[in-house]
Design a protein around this ligand. Structure first.
Ligand code: MG
Ligand code: MG
Length: 254
């Protein structure tokens, strides 16, 4: 069931979204060569704690997961696509890092992700990251009353496929509200003009993932969480929580 949010509720979700934006900015600033993923997780924890926010990631255990998620961020390095578990791994110059973070403030959730290069960037990584960001922007542009879920999916895939990248099958965005994952699902690929019609008051996480090698296949790590590319190529992820308003899309996690 899709729950429509009132203007006032969207304002409260914006407050949660601001906390997510601050946490991601703080993690990015701390993500230098030599920093460990656990240290980055601690940076995000501190931002959430200071804001009085809870983490919807910490302890999260969907059906597929063998253990509850141990961090407040997902930290996915290089060939990790999403759901990377923050551990003692230290970042190296030229790594491609994707960070996903959520915050729950006064009962409302924000969810967003960024990808960036650590230290000196490889040109191929910058292209991959820019494509994920462009796909996100294209998806957001479709988040308007009267459009359909398929319009978002089609816009996202068009950018990713147009750049020659793969899209991991079966993972995508979702409704956001009092919980992190609500209806409807927001696929990263599909036909335009199909699926649920978008209405003012819907709040969606739109989150393109791109695989540099061009294939769509992935494997799950032994940790039961981390999704990796099969071919070892690098991947990027970008996400915003977006409210659909009569005036158009409103990004809540900027
Ligand atoms: Mg997320
Ligand atoms: Mg999400």
């Amino acid at each position: 069931m899709v729950e429509l949010k009132t203007e006032r509720e969207i304002e409260r979700m914006r407050a949660a979204g601001r906390v997510v934006a601050r946490a991601l900015a703080a993690v990015r600033a701390a993500a230098r060569p030599g920093a460990s993923l656990l240290e980055l997780d601690a940076v995000a924890r501190e931002v959430l704690r200071e804001a009085g926010a809870e983490s919807p990631f910490l302890g999260y255990r969907p059906e597929f997961a063998p253990v509850p998620f141990p961090g407040v961020i997902c930290a996915s390095v290089n060939d990790a696509i999403v759901h990377g578990v923050p551990d003692g791994r230290r970042l190296r110059d030229g790594d491609l890092l994707s960070v996903d973070c959520g915050a729950k403030l006064d009962g409302w959730v924000g969810d967003a992700a960024v990808s960036f290069a650590v230290g000196r960037a490889r040109p191929a990584d910058l292209r991959l990251i820019r494509t994920a960001e462009a796909a996100l922007a294209a998806g957001i542009e479709q988040a308007r009353p009267g459009k359909r879920i398929g319009d978002i999916a089609h816009a996202v895939a068009r950018v990713c496929r147009g750049a020659g990248y793969g899209i991991p099958d079966g993972f995508g965005g979702h409704g956001v509200g009092r919980s992190m994952h609500e209806d409807p699902g927001v696929p990263n690929e599909g036909p335009a003009g199909r699926g649920m019609r978008l209405r003012a008051g819907m709040v969606l996480a739109i989150e393109p993932m791109v695989i540099g090698g061009g294939g769509d296949d992935y494997v799950t790590d032994g940790d039961g969480w981390t999704l990796r590319t099969v071919d070892g190529s690098r991947a990027a992820h970008a996400e915003h929580t977006v409210a659909i308003t009569p005036a158009g899309p409103r990004v809540l996690t900027a």
